[in-house]
Design a protein around this ligand. Structure first.
Ligand code: PNS
Length: 170
């Protein structure tokens, strides 16, 4: 293999969690360059804008010189090819992740066989952490301080204040 080994780590990151960060750190040790790629317009209602997610991720990875943060629209595999990436990096936390990940990896292979999907395991401490649960626990008043980077806690609190401000009076 010649040239730099570039890997894309795609996702929604709404918001980024310590599980995402753990995988980014592992990936940064394996690849010359790792591009964290935030999906734009995935049709889901998101809590954070793409600009906010980009800022949170950039802050959280600033100690990793070979990691950059970008966003993409449309097919992931097309973005990967545009970037000259040979690898799509995905985390598998539990068996329940596997079926969805397998389908995506095989579809991406069908579309562009030159790009390999590489699965990595996040640290065991993060095997139950997901962005969806972080948002739910935070919204219901639970402590998420151990589950997301400190800057994300601050952003969640700021959103919380907006939610409270926006709450209809009873
Ligand atoms: O964090 P997520 O929501 O699990 O990330 C899913 C993501 C962004 C990797 C996936 O939805 C994706 O790649 N979307 C881009 C559109 C695309 O390429 N679809 C075909 C996938 S086989």
């Amino acid at each position: 293999m010649s040239g730099p080994n570039i890997s894309i780590y795609p996702g929604s990151f709404d918001p980024p969690t310590n599980g995402h960060l753990d995988l980014i750190e592992r990936g940064a040790r394996l690849f010359h360059r790792l591009i964290v790629a935030i999906l734009r317009n995935d049709g889901k209602t998101s809590l954070f804008t793409v600009a906010e997610r980009t800022e949170m991720l950039c802050e959280a990875v600033k100690h990793l010189p070979n990691v950059s943060v970008e966003s993409f629209d449309g097919l992931l595999i097309r973005f990967a090819a545009e970037k000259g990436a040979r690898v799509i990096l995905r985390g598998i936390r539990a068996v329940s992740d596997y079926e969805y990940e397998l389908q995506m990896a095989l579809m991406n292979r069908k579309l562009h066989p030159e790009v390999e999907t590489v699965f990595m395991l996040p640290g065991e401490a993060y095997s139950y952490v997901s962005s969806r649960l972080v948002k739910e626990v935070f919204r219901l008043g639970g402590d998420v301080g151990d589950l997301v980077p400190p800057n994300v806690v601050e952003r969640l609190k700021a959103k919380g204040r907006v939610w409270e401000g926006a709450a209809p009076s009873k």
